[in-house]
Design a protein around this ligand. Structure first.
Ligand code: NDP
Length: 337
């Protein structure tokens, strides 16, 4: 059986904010699997802010998307044709050929998932790179010690919405977040486990942060960069730790964008600031998945997903993340008829 696949390609490289016009949807025929290969029907696609960086033709930790080629990204799907005995049809797998309906993959490119532990979509979010990023940031990068206060930016996003529960498991006493808008601030406190949250689009971030964390913070998990990092450096306590995870405030910036003007705080307070790329920490995936599966089962870790349906929604879902339209993990569901 020949499968056709609708796929999203990069048509042009944006300057500043991307738009629909930078993408094209094409339909291709997927070849039959050769020996050691499978065809996977993607059920879930991961949409992530770092993909904005891949639209630029610049040197980075991951190669840029090529113009006129189908984009890639995390995906979970079901094997629908197989020429490898270890991966019979019906096997649910995770792989990196997202942004398309069907993918031809070598057996070595897929990872078999245990959907008895959690629904397939969780393997792109709380049980996947998203959750692992939170865990690595709070353990290897900016260690949380019992009794610590933790501050998190983009608190209602994919990584931000899982941090309080994980931080609590590690002994954090207080977790404070920052998010854009009253609805996200409320959800951060009511649904994601934050003790306090500030709306960075209203008021003054630094003053509000001082009120939310009157004794200062021990760990800052930075998803945003710019003025968030600047405010955090002012409230982090001596010997505090900062995990530099993301800088979403800069992703659409033309030029360098705002940066902290108070790095001297890092010297005065003997701070540790450490950037990380999650791909360098995959050795912790098995440990984290086991822990997180247990926490999901006992309800001490929860899933938050913003889901749209159909490949035609992928571009708008991506553009939405960069404008703060999501809460939790952004996923595209591709139901099969
Ligand atoms: P999110 O789901 O948090 O989406 C991004 C959020 O950023 C938006 O929802 C929006 O929330 C916020 N945002 C957008 N623009 C701005 C701005 N100008 N200022 C402040 N906030 C803004 O994404 P993820 O959880 O997937 O990722 C969070 C961060 O972590 C990103 O920077 C990402 O690139 C990074 N990351 C890094 C990894 C690594 O290996 N180092 C791995 C995974 C993610 P709001 O409405 O609150 O503004």
């Amino acid at each position: 059986m020949v499968f056709t696949s609708r796929e999203i390609q990069l048509r042009s490289r944006p300057r500043g904010e991307p738009s629909d016009d930078d993408f094209a949807t094409v339909t291709v025929e997927v070849p039959d699997p050769g020996p050691g290969q499978v065809v996977v029907a993607n059920d879930w696609l991961s949409v992530d802010p770092y993909m904005r960086g891949r639209m630029d033709d610049v040197e980075s930790y991951i190669s840029p998307f090529a113009l006129g080629e189908t984009m890639t990204g995390g995906a979970v799907g079901t094997v629908v044709a197989s020429d490898t005995p270890d991966l019979p049809t019906g096997t649910v797998v995770r792989h990196f050929l997202g942004w398309r309906e069907h993918a031809l993959l070598d057996a070595g490119q897929v990872e078999v998932l245990d959907t008895a532990i959690a629904p397939a979509s969780a393997y792109l979010g709380v049980l996947g790179t998203t959750g692992l990023t939170a865990y690595v940031g709070l353990t290897e990068i900016a260690r949380v010690d019992p009794g610590d206060t933790v501050f998190v930016s983009a608190a209602s996003g994919a990584v931000g919405s899982v941090i309080p529960r994980i931080a609590r498991h590690l002994g954090a006493k207080r977790v404070v977040g920052s998010a854009g808008g009253a609805r996200k601030v409320r959800r951060a406190m009511e649904d994601f486990g934050y003790d306090a949250a500030v709306d960075y689009k209203e008021g003054t971030l630094l003053e509000d942060l001082r009120l939310a964390a009157p004794d200062g913070v021990d760990v800052y998990f930075d998803n945003v960069g710019g003025t968030h990092l600047q405010a955090a450096l002012d409230v982090v306590r001596p010997n505090g730790r900062v995990a530099l995870c993301g800088a979403v405030a800069h992703y659409n910036a033309e030029g360098r964008g705002p940066g902290p003007d108070n790095l001297y705080q890092a010297i005065k307070k003997r701070l540790t600031l450490r950037g990380f790329i999650i791909g360098d920490h995959r050795h912790l995936a098995a440990e984290y998945t086991q822990l997180a599966a247990g926490w999901l089962a006992d309800g001490s870790l929860t899933r938050e997903e913003t889901v749209t349906t159909g490949i035609d929604t992928a571009v708008s879902a991506f553009l939405d993340i960069l404008k703060g339209g999501n809460t939790g993990k952004t996923l595209i569901h591709l139901p099969r008829t």
